[in-house]
Design a protein around this ligand. Structure first.
Ligand code: FAD
Length: 335
């Protein structure tokens, strides 16, 4: 390119990694700001990003993973797509990168006493949400039988120093309460318990949800269980622990136990972050400047958006995507 010729905005390419709400919002905003975008999404479905599919300034790579990156003036980003069983690799050169890679649940085998992966009727909150969306209704995954008691266990592998992550997952209390309300609204006869350390419902409308759940007779018990086990000679589960408010032990026979698992950076992305020069903080999250929604990482030209920076709700993730697009645009203009 002729160095003296002024660059048009679309000469500058930004790679957005992840097409969740944050990545989709970032990609749309970048297009509005005149940049050209390479949007890479590991899964085949694009969700919120469908609307920018077909825009001539956006190259969408679905079913493709960014596996490695290095910097040599520009960023050289290596991607891998799996098509018809064949792996195809390619390298894209870009001027800036937005990490919108989200978080993944912690490995539940770290906390074997809650039985996820061992008892079919112990599920994650993601699986509970899927069950509520499905036509099949609220059934025991083990045998399709009816559920008379469901128990939600909060902070599984979050807010801990060992066997998980030290920070709060921010959305799990509201998610559990929302699921509990939906269960009660469908079948008031199902007993629903939420076992918590603290209930955190600071988001808009969440306190009202908490009140509604109590009106619907969802039982809140402070104190995580010590053990979830199979009841002797029965198909049901037994959830045992201590109610730390009343200082008494509880034993709850249950058909379904739902774990709110802590969220962490995807271990598969750690090499990629390293290649980009992006550091993690003491809690294992992408290090960013110490303001609540800061999009600046420790590496120049690399920005972070959405829950990749810390757990947050979808609206915040989308807002952060737009903020990251603006920061990337200012960065490109200054070069
Ligand atoms: C169980 C549960 C229920 C929730 N319910 C709600 C709710 O009701 N309301 C609400 O507001 N929020 C809810 N949240 C929070 C909400 O899911 C997040 O705020 C939102 O998903 C964050 O969006 P994001 O774009 O940052 O990350 P994500 O939605 O996680 O998107 C990240 C994307 O990046 C892709 N990716 C990662 N690494 C790579 C790579 N190397 N290459 C290519 N692609 C990659 C992933 O495939 C993924 O699609 C819930 C969270 C959980 C865990």
């Amino acid at each position: 390119m002729d160095e003296n010729k002024p660059r048009s905005p679309t000469d500058r390419r930004v790679m957005v990694i992840g097409a969740g709400v944050a990545g989709s919002a970032a990609a749309s905003a970048l297009v509005d700001l005149g940049a050209s975008v390479v949007l890479v999404e590991r899964s085949r479905s694009l969700g919120a990003s469908e609307s920018i599919h077909g825009n001539r300034n956006v190259l969408v790579l679905a079913g493709t993973e960014v596996i490695w990156a290095e910097r040599d003036g520009k960023f050289r980003m290596e991607v891998e797509a799996v098509q018809d069983g064949c792996r195809q690799r390619a390298v894209h050169e870009v001027d800036a990168v937005i990490l919108a890679t989200g978080l993944v649940p912690i490995d539940a085998s770290l906390i074997p006493e809650f039985g996820l992966g061992r008892h079919a009727d112990v599920i994650s909150s993601q699986q509970m949400e899927q069950m509520l969306r499905s036509a099949g209704g609220i059934r025991r995954p083990s045998d399709g039988g009816p559920v008379s008691t469901a128990v939600f266990v909060q902070c599984v592998g979050s807010r801990v120093e060992k066997r998980g992550v030290p920070y709060c997952s921010a959305v799990c209390c509201a998610v559990a309460i929302d699921c509990a309300i939906k269960i009660k609204e469908r079948d008031p006869g199902i007993g629903v318990y939420i076992l918590y350390i603290d209930i955190r419902t600071a988001g808009k409308g969440q306190e009202a949800m908490y009140k509604r759940a109590r009106q619907l007779d969802v039982k809140f018990i402070r104190g995580q269980p010590a053990l979830v086990s199979k009841m002797p000679h029965q198909d049901r589960l037994l959830v045992c622990g201590e109610n730390t408010l009343l200082r008494e032990l509880y034993e709850i026979p249950a058909d379904l136990v739902v774990l709110s698992l802590g969220l962490r950076e995807d271990p598969e992305n750690l090499d990629l972050f390293r290649g980009l020069g992006v550091e993690l903080d003491r809690e294992g999250l992408i290090e960013s400047a110490p303001s609540a929604l800061s999009v600046m990482t420790s590496a120049k030209g690399v920005f972070v958006a959405g829950s990749a920076s810390a757990p947050m709700c979808a609206d915040e993730a989308a807002a952060m995507g737009v903020q990251a697009a603006h920061a990337a645009s200012v960065y490109l203009a200054s070069r």
